[in-house]
Design a protein around this ligand. Sequence first.
Ligand SMILES: Nc1ncnc2c1ncn2[C@@H]1O[C@H](COP(=O)(O)OP(=O)(O)O)[C@@H](O)[C@H]1O
Ligand SMILES: [Mg+2]
Length: 379
Amino acid sequence: MTARAVQPGSVIGVLGGGQLGRMFAMAARRMGYRVHTLAPEHDTPTGQIADVEVVASYDDVDRIREFARGVDVVTFEFENVSAAAVAAAEAHAIVRPNGRALEVAQHRIREKTYLQNLGLPVTPFAAVRSEVDLEDGIRKVGRPAVLKTATFGYDGKGQVRLGPHDAPINAWDQLGRQDAILEAFIDFERELSVVAARAVDGSVAAFVPIDNTHDRHILDVSIAPANVAPEIAAQAVEIATAVLQGLEYIGVLCVEFFLARDGRLLINEIAPRPHNSGHLTFDACRTSQFEQQVRAVCGWPLGSPELLQPAAMANLLGDLWAISEPNWAGALSMPNVKLHLYGKTVPRRGRKMGHLTVLAPTAREARARVLAARTALSP
Ligand SMILES: Nc1ncnc2c1ncn2[C@@H]1O[C@H](COP(=O)(O)OP(=O)(O)O)[C@@H](O)[C@H]1O
Ligand SMILES: [Mg+2]
């Protein structure tokens, strides 16, 4: 294993410039790596931490090729890089995770079909590429349902819910009639995620399942460990492991699940990178998801994913800045509160600006405390 490892002092290239890349770069620099990042903007959250920031479009195959030539290994913090760009990078550097994983994850129809073919439980779905598909799809998945664009959706963007009286065609019109996936709307008891990593030697390490609540389709609060039966937790980890093995994946990946009220555990989607729900691992686990990503992509043994204490994480969206600068002292005066900010200068509504983490004797208490800390930020 060590023979193929990317040695400290080498350069890791990160495609993408957001907060995931930022926290990855922090972990990488702590372990003695240099970091180059490529994104379409200047002074990105990742760029502020990286040694070198390249400003280029993700479609600019020439610039991506040049970028890959200047680094020892390429990874992603943003999954919507074109297949052509990934292929260009693969011609000049090791790319982890591999292009196949990206291809699967960036297209919702491919993703659900792939997972279903692996024999894994997914939300009932139908591919929609025509009006006939749409009608057949409604018959197959029933109502309520949700129609999602096949590509480029995030934080609930590109999704329309279909109630009992909504005309499916109007929903598809709203999405510009692009390729879409129709899914049964799951009456879930809770949403869970499993963040896990696979190393070059095929070994897998999973963090405990995390319980996630969303607000306006944006992740709001995560707590660990999730309050589910041990069999459910084990099943979720087993499914995540099967995804990592199926894709021959190297790196950190997240599987998002619905735990339906009838007890079924269904995959909602996968993210081929560290995940917002895993941010609490930074403060709460023996190894963070970002260090784990450094270890995996550089070919080292994985670290222990052990949860040291129950934890909760609350996202800080741009909305919090609507009236004035948040009252930082209000939260920082509370014991155990950790503040993470991503260096973004424009606090748009719904934009992820940072998060708070709290550790406590129980996950329930951690949740109450992190919510209190976030409330204290409001001026
Ligand atoms: N089929 C579904 N049934 C119930 N809730 C859903 C469904 N699809 C999405 N949602 C809700 O919307 C959120 C965001 O949807 P998701 O498919 O994860 O897209 P993305 O995170 O890429 O925006 C989910 O976490 C969940 O809360
Ligand atoms: Mg999601």
